[in-house]
Design a protein around this ligand. Structure first.
Ligand SMILES: [Zn+2]
Length: 240
């Protein structure tokens, strides 16, 4: 099965926080979207790998995505290595996405930095026929996605483009809240973390507002591209 767009993340819930509005928008427009989490997030202070797996499943349903996989890389150890890069290449060749997304390569969490680096290397190497990978014993064809875009985790960057998520911000927040153990819950006795304070969700909304305003829309999500983006004037050159 081919998947149009794949989001690679370090931890379950990273995609919902950073690119949930864009995912819901693409899925609503009948594009197939997949999320591939590199780790199960087992080092998280609150909840466990098992609860997060269940939470990821309900968040996936809310976003309307086609697949969600996990590469079982140990949490806290997401750094470029031949083994991990190969794991990502196998997924790219399996699903043949046109666009892939990864965490921006500078961040507060070292796993986010590592995931961005792994995906960038895998994207390039996946296109080389002499890099041989197999899936279920079958040698895979080489394949390179057309675009790699980075999404914003904690640290900000000057965006290359912003996606209008005015119609899907509520879906994004619902998907984030599906990770019940990770975010603010007035009835929870679990230790408070950076993301479990009630402020965290408000910050997500404020950031969406901030970037939305820059494109004169209500809410937006920012992205970064290392390569230049072509402007083809499609929106004003109908039929040309
Ligand atoms: Zn994360």
């Amino acid at each position: 099965m081919n998947i149009d767009i794949i989001i690679f993340t370090a931890h379950p819930d990273d995609a919902e926080i950073s690119i949930g509005g864009t995912i819901a928008k693409l899925a609503k427009h009948n594009r197939t979207v997949g999320i591939i989490d590199l780790t199960k997030g087992e080092l998280g202070t609150r909840g466990s790998a098992e609860t997060r797996e269940m939470e990821a499943e309900s968040a996936s349903k809310i976003l309307g995505i086609a697949i969600r996989d996990n590469l079982n890389i140990p949490d806290g150890k997401v750094k470029p290595s031949q083994e991990y890069i190969e794991k990502v290449i196998v997924q790219i060749r399996k699903y043949k996405p046109q666009i892939i997304f990864a965490p921006y390569f500078n961040d507060r969490h070292p796993d986010h930095i590592g995931a961005g680096q792994i995906v960038k290397e895998a994207m390039f190497l996946s296109g080389l026929p002499k890099i041989v990978t197999t899936e279920n014993g079958t040698v895979q064809d080489s394949y390179r996605p057309k675009k790699l875009f980075y999404f914003m985790m904690t640290y900000e960057f000057e965006p290359t483009f912003i996606v209008d998520i005015s119609n899907t911000l509520t879906t994004k927040i619902d998907a984030i809240k599906a990770f019940k153990t990770q975010f603010y819950d007035p009835n929870s006795n679990a230790p408070e973390t950076f993301i479990s304070k009630p402020d965290f969700i408000r910050n997500i909304e404020a950031r969406a507002k901030f970037y939305g305003f820059q494109i004169r829309k209500e809410f937006g999500e920012p992205f970064y591209s290392e390569e230049k983006i072509e402007m083809n004037f499609d929106w004003m050159l109908d039929g040309m």
